[in-house]
Ligand binder design. Structure first.
Ligand code: NI
Length: 204
């Protein structure tokens, strides 16, 4: 999920979780890996998994993301990372493998939402205001993450990715069309900004 425009500028520092990571190419809407449920992770604590998570954190930071799923870097696994501002200025940073979502409150909130795989677009979408995600960390230990507000939206958006659902799939046909029109208008400038930021953040 992209950093919300209302919170620009994005001045977060590179998180420690991205250390040693490299920028991978972000898949875009239409790529089959984004439109099917990915595979559950069954092998934990592997060097490949450690590398993938570092690269996902780095790639997310380059693209001004608050969340990124493995399918968005072309990897067919149910896994996401997040680096998301909380309501009181705190910073939620972590990863979840094989996430399962539970709605924990009765309220829903409408906010603008965007996705790194639909570059340059953001539309208003109603989502439950508080959720809990249960899954595993990269070593296979159980993890439980709860969130409200923007972080709850992020946890839903990223769990959706692991199940092959994009936020535009939750819009009306008219709103979906508007988001795609925004993408066609803005994609080139977003991609140019990402490329410049990837160069400036890359290790020498
Ligand atoms: Ni997304």
């Amino acid at each position: 999920m992209s950093h919300p425009p209302s919170r620009h500028p994005d001045e977060r520092s590179l998180p420690a979780e991205a250390a040693g990571g490299i920028c991978r190419e972000i898949t875009e809407i239409g790529d089959p890996v984004l439109h099917r449920r990915c595979q559950d992770v069954t092998e934990f604590a592997t060097p490949e998994l450690s590398r993938l998570i570092k690269d996902m954190f780095f790639t997310m930071h380059v693209a001004h993301g608050v969340g990124l799923a493995a399918g968005q870097v072309g990897v067919d696994l149910r896994l996401f990372v997040y680096d998301c501002p909380g309501a009181r200025g705190e910073r939620h940073i972590g990863h979840v493998l094989n996430p399962e979502l539970q709605v924990t409150g009765e309220y829903a909130i409408t906010r603008r939402e965007g996705c790194l795989s639909v570059p340059g677009a953001a539309r208003e979408l109603i989502r439950p205001a508080s959720v809990t995600v249960r899954g595993a960390d990269w070593r296979g230990n159980p993890v439980t993450v709860s969130g409200t507000g923007l972080f709850a939206r992020c946890l839903q958006h990223e769990t959706d990715h692991t199940d092959g659902t994009l936020y535009v799939d939750r819009l009306t046909p008219e709103e979906r069309g508007r988001s795609l029109a925004q993408m066609y208008d803005n994609r080139a400038s977003v991609m140019a900004e990402r490329a410049g930021r990837a160069r400036s953040l890359a290790r020498p």
